[in-house]
Design a protein around this ligand. Structure first.
Ligand code: SAM
Length: 254
């Protein structure tokens, strides 16, 4: 089985030998691939919708893996039993939905050591949830596929005592080599690791996002309402700051 570059990147973050739950698994491509490669011994493929659930069951059965991949219908982490898995992947949804699934499934997370999350939008919401809930962002990847940009966030459970010092340092305001200060809110937005070693996809993604933001600011400019003008000014400031940071990063490029 050949995975997309996006799913391959997610697969590469799943520790070998772990028991995985892939929530919102659709065709169960990720668990089937990982078991077939001998990377993991066991997986749960969770799906809320009947179509993808049937597709997952079919895929697993055709691969002859029904004995080690449990396909279950359920909302979010309802598809998993407490203590059943070490790793959870949730990919291809908005950040708000990923956060909702994690929040609703808190009781199922106790034995889980690794989360691999790939929000299509709202990555900052996911980073905030991780920080607030004792998870340490351990790695980030940003890739482009078919003209779309994807961020893959890998988180590890924080030290036993819930010590979040590492996380606090990760998002502490930092000075770039070119002398620009990057605030915490922007680190949550851009990614604390991604900003350290930005690749071409990073620049392309943010150029595209800034164009969208500028379009929104322009639309707001057509409104007579005072609150729209206030929001527009805030957005223009945000755009200016991000442009400054991106220009600075490009200057710092080796
Ligand atoms: N994870 C796969 C991937 O990244 O290629 C499939 C992504 S697909 C765009 C999103 C899937 O999540 C859909 O199949 C949808 O039915 C499922 N989904 C959405 N909300 C869910 C929830 N609360 N619990 C379980 N599955 C959900």
């Amino acid at each position: 089985m050949k995975l997309s570059k996006r799913l391959e990147t997610i697969a590469s973050q799943v520790p070998a030998g772990s028991r995985l739950a892939d929530i919102g698994s659709d065709h169960a491509l990720l668990p089937v691939y990982l078991v077939q490669q001998g990377m993991i011994p066991y997986a749960v493929a969770g799906e809320i919708n009947p179509g993808p659930y049937e597709a997952a069951k079919k895929q697993v059965a055709e691969a002859g893996l029904s004995h080690c991949i449990a396909v279950r219908r359920g909302d979010g982490l309802q598809a998993v039993q407490a203590g059943e898995v070490d790793v959870i992947t949730i990919a291809g949804m908005g950040g708000a939905l990923i956060v909702h699934i994690l929040e609703q499934g808190r009781s199922k997370l106790e034995a889980v050591q690794t989360l691999v999350l790939q929000p299509n939008i709202g990555e900052d919401q996911v980073r905030h949830w991780l920080t607030a809930n004792g998870w340490r962002l351990a790695a980030e990847q940003l890739l482009e596929e078919d003209g779309k940009y994807y961020e893959v966030l890998t988180a590890q459970r924080d030290a036993e005592n819930g010590d979040t010092a590492g996380t606090a340092n990760l998002y502490a305001p930092r000075m770039l080599a070119c002398g620009i200060q990057v605030e915490e809110s922007l680190l949550y937005r851009l990614g604390p690791y991604l900003i350290d070693s930005p690749n071409e996809a990073f620049y392309a993604k943010w150029r595209s996002e800034l164009r969208k933001m500028a379009g929104i600011a322009q639309d707001m400019g057509r409104s007579d309402s005072e609150s729209a003008q206030v929001r527009r000014d805030a957005l223009l400031l945000e755009i200016a700051k991000m442009e400054e940071v991106l220009a600075c990063l490009q200057k710092d490029k080796p």
